[in-house]
Design a protein around this ligand. Structure first.
Ligand SMILES: [Zn+2]
Length: 206
């Protein structure tokens, strides 16, 4: 490979890298996950409220997700199906989905690195089909991540993006969840006091 080819290869790599899940900062990953979680919560896109739709495109921008009005339907359909299946059944059939993903066409060994060429055009020649593949590739990356980012809130059943051991979707549901436990504690204390009182009587009788 001469220098010109090498430069072209690096250029292509740079372009590809600005295509699929380039930005792996926590903020970008989270923003992408927020988009997919929003999709997982609505069976139909028309169920999205105006503010949710606005937030969706804002998150997509932050997450470098190539969401477009023309690919949103198919990206929503897959996110809805796969995320809900993974959460509820612990598994999802991806045999059809994987056909929609970008496939590696060629691998080149560069001096310090390997270059994978996918079956889509570089970003500057991207078509709507490419944008779709980019988005689905990002969904795939989140689904196969060892961190299971998507959880269902046991109180309101909403799918949310989890950080750490977070169990509930937000402060409201956490409070609701703690409610019964507080009642439980109160009950426990009442029983304990009654027991102690009883013991006191028994002691007095002795
Ligand atoms: Zn909740």
């Amino acid at each position: 490979m001469d220098k010109k080819d090498l430069d072209a290869a690096y250029e292509l790599k740079r372009l590809l890298k600005t295509g699929v899940a380039v930005n792996q900062t926590k903020e970008a990953i989270r923003a992408r996950a927020e988009v997919f979680a929003t999709f997982a919560n609505v069976a139909e896109l028309s169920d999205l409220k105006k503010w949710q739709r606005e937030k969706l495109f804002e998150d997509a921008k932050t997450g470098y997700l190539d969401l477009r009005p023309k690919n949103i339907q198919v990206v929503h359909r897959w996110a809805y199906r796969l995320i809900n299946d993974c959460i509820d059944k612990g598994e999802a059939d991806v045999s059809q989905f994987s056909k929609e993903l970008a496939r590696p066409r060629r691998i080149q060994w560069l001096p310090q690195d390997s270059l994978i060429t996918y079956d889509y055009a570089p970003r500057r020649h991207a078509t709507i089909e490419t944008w779709k593949k980019f988005c689905l590739q990002d969904l795939w990356a989140l689904l196969v991540s060892s961190k299971h980012l998507f959880r269902r809130c046991p109180i309101c059943r909403t799918v949310f993006v989890a950080t750490g051991k977070k169990k509930y979707c937000g402060p409201k549901c956490t409070a609701a969840a703690i409610g019964p436990r507080t009642d439980y504690m109160r009950d426990l204390m009442r029983k304990r006091r009654a027991r102690e009182k009883q013991r006191g009587i028994e002691d007095g009788n002795r």
